[in-house]
Design a protein. Structure first.
Length: 66
C-alpha cells in the first residue's frame, strides 16, 4: 500500500523565502538554528517555530483581506 506525502510544497519556488522566514521566527522565539541539519533541537522548540510561522502567515492573510 502506497502512502501519500502531504508535506510537499505547493509552490516549490518559495523554498528560499520559507527558509529565511523560518530562521527569522526561530531567532524571535530564542531558538538557535544552524544551517543544514537541525535534528538535534527539541520537539517543543520545533513546534514553537512552526506554530509561530503559521500564526504570522494567518495574520498576514487576514490583513490582506481587510
Amino acid at each position: 500500500m502506497a502512502t501519500s506525502n502531504s508535506n510537499r510544497r505547493l509552490v516549490p519556488e518559495a523554498k528560499e523565502s520559507l527558509d529565511k522566514f523560518k530562521y527569522e521566527v526561530a531567532s524571535e522565539v530564542g531558538v538557535n538554528l544552524k544551517n543544514g541539519y537541525n535534528g538535534d533541537i527539541s520537539a517543543k522548540d520545533a513546534g514553537r517555530i512552526g506554530g509561530n510561522m503559521v500564526k504570522k502567515m494567518i495574520q498576514q492573510a487576514e490583513n490582506q483581506m481587510k
